[in-house]
Each structure stands twice: as structure tokens, then as C-alpha cells.
Design a protein around this ligand. Structure first.
Ligand code: ADE
Length: 240
């Protein structure tokens, strides 16, 4: 999968590609990340990329033409069809279902805004989808793009090692939060590992994990239970 990130801070993109699961997926040839700086496509001595908003008010708005030229250059860099996503707090909230949908695409172009925003006409003409990573305001789209790339990258076939398997993650499969995890030592001054996990009883362990996942979801994110795929046994555990 190919990611093209349009941003005034392309160094940020390089960082993203250098570490962890995303970095390793890059090394394995599962994805590539390319940065595009609108300043490189801006005209004039000052290579201006923003201007004051019509109607007054604080801050600056990103100009149409440098962004349009940047998006065109990014599109033309590869023949695969690209979906253009603008990261902004006005977008649809990112969910694991949306991440899965995006992970199946060959290419994403991520447009990161700065300052007060981007000229609306550019968004109308060039952007396929507007996505928010949550109901809070960041000072630019770069961190949001990083979040999206990470979430999408780890779903590429072969990106995760077995031990990191995405299947048991929160929100994957059944839509519940993940169960708690423990490792050595069994006894510690902060507490003991639940006995069932040491029992070797696989059915018992599976039941305990399910119960924990259900309980946590009920306590912390009851809104998820409405959408979760629950069996009759699950409902029994919740109601009992
Ligand atoms: N840019 C600024 N805030 C954002 C948010 N919450 N999600 C996505 N992009 C943003």
C-alpha cells in the first residue's frame, strides 16, 4: 500500500516511516510512505502557501493553488488510483471499521492542514473523504495522519508478527475491548496473576478472557455493547 502525505512538515513523515510496525512494514515492502511539501509547489520568491481569511478573523488559510499542484504531483507519481483524505476535526470520526476499509485500498493521499484551515473550494474539488481522529482539536493534521497510517499499516498482511496478531485487538472481530494481559512473575508485590491463566485449561481461559472483555466493555464503554456481536452465552454473562 502506498501513502502520500501532503504536509508543510515532511520531516514528520520520515519519522513515521522509521519506527515500529510501520517501519518494519516498510522494510518488508508492504507499504511505502512519501512526503509532499506544498511549499515546493508554491509560486514566487516567498513561496507563499497561506493567506488571511476573507471576512476577517484570526489565523491563516491554506491557498488553493499550491495544494492543488501538490496533490496533482502526488497523484501522478503512481498510476494506482488514490483516495484523497483530509484530516480535520470536521470529518467523520475514525473507527476500526473505517481503518479496515482504508487498509484494503492500494493508495491513500493524506492532506494535512495547518493554521485555521484550507480554502473550502480546494476541499470540495479534491478531497474524497474528511476524517477526524476524535473530538478535540490538534494544531495540524500531521498527528492525525500518523494515527491513521499506523492503524492502517498494521492491518497489511504480514505487517504484524504472530505475537502481535490483530485478531484479538480491541474493536477487531467482536467489537469488544481487549481482556487484561499478564506475564512473569506470577507473584509480585503489585499482585498475582489470575489462577485460571496458569491452569492450562484452554476452555476456562477462553471463558475468563471473554468475561473480562465483556466486563470491561460494560464498565468503560457501554456504548460499544450496542454494536458488538454478542452470543447468547455472552448475554448470560453480562446479565448474570
Ligand atoms: N486536525 C486538527 N484536529 C484534528 C482531529 N481531531 N482529527 C483529525 N485532524 C485534525
Amino acid at each position: 500500500m502506498r501513502f502520500d502525505i501532503v504536509s508543510l512538515f515532511p520531516e514528520f513523515v520520515a519519522q513515521l516511516a522509521a519506527h515500529g510496525v510501520v517501519g518494519r512494514a516498510g522494510e518488508r515492502g508492504l507499504l511505502s510512505i512519501h512526503g509532499w511539501n506544498p511549499r515546493d509547489h508554491a509560486e514566487g520568491n516567498y513561496r507563499r502557501v497561506d493567506d488571511r481569511p476573507f471576512g476577517g478573523g484570526p489565523g491563516m488559510v491554506m491557498l488553493i493553488d499550491p495544494l492543488r499542484a501538490t496533490l496533482r504531483a502526488a497523484r501522478e507519481a503512481d498510476p494506482a488510483p488514490a483516495k484523497v483524505v483530509y484530516l480535520s476535526p470536521q470529518g467523520q470520526r475514525l473507527t476500526q471499521a473505517k481503518v479496515r476499509e482504508l487498509a484494503a485500498l492500494p493508495r491513500l493521499v493524506l492532506l494535512c492542514g495547518r493554521y485555521e484551515g484550507v480554502d473550502e473550494r480546494l476541499l470540495q474539488a479534491e478531497v474524497d473523504e474528511e476524517i477526524s481522529i476524535g473530538d478535540y482539536v490538534l494544531s495540524g493534521g500531521e498527528l492525525a495522519a500518523a494515527v491513521l497510517v499506523d492503524a492502517v499499516a498494521r492491518l497489511q498482511d504480514g505487517a504484524l508478527n504472530d505475537a502481535e496478531s490483530a485478531v484479538q485487538d480491541s474493536f477487531e472481530g467482536d467489537g469488544l475491548l481487549d481482556c487484561p494481559h499478564y506475564t512473569r512473575p506470577v507473584e509480585h508485590e503489585l499482585g498475582s496473576v489470575p489462577e485460571v491463566l496458569l491452569s492450562g485449561n484452554h476452555a476456562g481461559i477462553a471463558r475468563w478472557r471473554r468475561q473480562q472483555a465483556l466486563g470491561r466493555t460494560w464498565l468503560r464503554r457501554p456504548d460499544l455493547l450496542d454494536e458488538a456481536a454478542l452470543s447468547r452465552a455472552d448475554r448470560g454473562l453480562l446479565e448474570g
